[in-house]
Design a binder for this molecule. Structure first.
Ligand code: FAD
Length: 497
């Protein structure tokens, strides 16, 4: 309620925010979480909370009147469709040179992501987080994060027979014939549920095209893990459809947090202020960076240092498809949950997920999301004329990532006598180079903050999400975001409270 005084306010309910809330609550601290998206706990008129990628409705996108599907063409035809404007689950946030996809709702990115739960190889860790001691991460915090998230591995024997993973087996065959290491990738999906879907004994979810707009059954999103545990302490309250707009030092100590309450049209219905002793920025790389850049530039938090807004990267994301021969079908039934990847990081700077193309028909296509070692970094800055925060990323900055992905797929195409698909991202366009699923950085650890996420200049203000990571994790990011949050909150609880 407006005028309330809370010990801790957390902005955002993704990985960083959920870890902070759970651990603080377990330490006996009352926590209030503010989330701009919806609660996603109530079924719609079709009996389901989330809609499928095969039939996107108003629940699919954050305040858009037309879908903005990451794969926006098929057979050269645009496939986006009109939808009612609504506070839907997936935000396709457009900056000048890149569209950044993010989850909106209680659970953040865990609501919309592929669930791939990958711990970076230890030899790559100093590249990922150079100021963090790898021993403590690999001995304590990565294991803690994997346990908290419920990470598991596909049953390798079952994998061989599951028709929904034909596309992964084709991916393995092609990787192997070109000499690339291929391996299973852990996931937070309930693999027993997946088996039941394939056997026809449970309601289909991953096998019914559910992923980008939420998953109704098998995926262990944060709602089922960290957030459920946090709520069970009785110390955590969550306000969905509330967006933080400002955090300002209060005269008597602590911080005055300004919050807009939204309706499902995205209109502001009420403006509230809350006094908080401590505030955790966990609004995601983009959300946290936008808030901090604005608050520094407009003189609300002038003591923030010059690293604010810097070091942003796209985790080197690029997408592509390959056209297979007719004797290499990838299957008309494809699980939306990827389970394998091709690792050419050391030699070529690319780690490629073997991704599904779950359109319900045989496509003879292999599809991949590559994470590459693209060195380009962008910066957020305040635009006083528009009153918005800009990001100076340019589409051409994807080229190093494309070149790295090509170290895998040019070779596979040469070996197999196949070609790239040119119909998935436009008319005669091979590379999905217009987007990222993995925004990272903007308030980098040990630069914009100290080595535990404490913001320079303001005791009691912390960053605890993907914005701490300097642009790349060498694999999918959420396990690292979670593990870093576990590390930082343990230190903060021990020394600051
Ligand atoms: P987020 O999870 O983004 O949470 C931030 C939350 O803050 C959001 O709920 C947001 O609505 C809220 N918020 C923002 N601003 C405000 C504000 N001003 N006031 C109140 N609330 C606010 N990663 C993997 O590791 N594996 C995968 O398989 C994978 N697949 C992905 C697929 C897709 C389609 C997408 C979009 C992402 C995927 N990711 C994947 C990335 C992963 O989901 C993100 O890296 C992760 O969610 C980031 O965690 P976070 O805690 O930094 O922030």
């Amino acid at each position: 309620a407006s005028g309330e005084h809370v010990p801790v306010l957390v902005i955002g309910t993704g990985y960083g925010g959920s870890v902070a809330a759970l651990r603080l609550a377990q330490a006996g601290v009352d926590v209030h979480m503010i989330e701009m998206g919806m609660a996603w706990d109530t079924p719609g008129s079709d009996g389901k909370i989330f809609c499928s990628t095969l039939n996107p409705d108003q629940r699919s996108y954050w305040l858009r009147t037309k879908t903005k599907q990451p794969l926006n063409y098929f057979l050269g035809f645009p496939i986006d469709r009109d939808i009612p404007r609504y506070t839907g689950i997936l935000d396709a946030e457009e900056f000048s040179g890149i569209t950044v996809y993010q989850g909106r709702g209680v659970g953040g990115g865990s609501l919309v992501n592929g669930g791939m739960a990958v711990t970076p190889k230890r030899e790559n860790f100093s590249f990922v987080l150079p100021s963090v001691n790898p021993d403590e991460m690999y001995d304590t915090y990565y294991p803690r994060a994997n346990a908290g998230l419920g990470v598991g591995l596909i049953d390798s024997a079952w994998f061989e027979s599951a028709s929904a993973y034909q596309y992964s087996r084709v991916g393995r065959k092609h990787a192997g014939r070109s000499g690339f290491p291929w391996g299973f990738v852990p996931n937070v999906y309930d693999w027993n549920y997946m088996k039941q879907e394939q056997a026809g004994t449970a309601t289909k979810s991953a096998l019914a095209g559910e992923i980008l707009y939420g998953n109704n059954y098998g995926k262990k999103s944060l709602q089922k893990t960290y957030i459920a545990q946090a709520k069970a302490t009785g110390r955590v309250t969550i306000s969905p459809l509330h967006r933080v707009t400002s955090v300002a030092p209060a005269s008597g100590g602590g911080y005055t947090v300004s919050i807009d309450q939204l309706n499902t049209n995205g209109d502001v219905t009420t403006v509230k202020t809350v006094l908080a002793d401590r505030v955790f920025f966990a609004a995601g790389s983009v959300g946290t960076s936008k808030l901090l850049v604005k608050l520094k530039a407009t003189g609300v938090l002038p003591l923030l240092n010059d690293e604010i807004g810097k070091g942003w990267g796209d985790n080197g994301n690029v997408m592509c498809g390959r056209a297979n021969w007719l004797w290499d079908p990838t299957g008309s039934l494809q699980s939306t949950i990827p389970c394998s990847g091709i690792d050419n990081w050391t030699a070529g700077g690319a780690f490629a997920e073997v991704a599904p193309l779950p359109v319900g028909i045989e496509t003879f296509a292999s599809f991949y999301l590559s994470i590459t070692k693209n060195p380009n970094r962008a910066q957020f800055s305040w635009n006083a004329a528009t009153g918005k925060v800009d990001l100076n990323w340019q589409t051409a900055w994807k080229q190093p990532g494309i070149d790295m992905a090509k170290t895998i797929f040019d070779k596979i195409n040469a070996k197999e006598g196949t070609i790239y698909r040119t119909d998935l991202f436009g008319v005669y366009k091979i590379w999905g180079d217009h987007l990222t699923y993995h925004p990272l950085g903007g308030a980098v650890l040990n630069k914009a903050t100290d080595n535990y996420g404490r913001l320079a200049g303001y005791p009691g203000l912390y960053v605890i999400d993907g914005s701490l990571i300097p642009g790349n994790t060498s694999v999918n990011p959420f396990v690292t975001i979670t593990a870093l949050a576990e590390r930082n909150i343990e230190k903060i609880i021990a020394t600051d409270l």
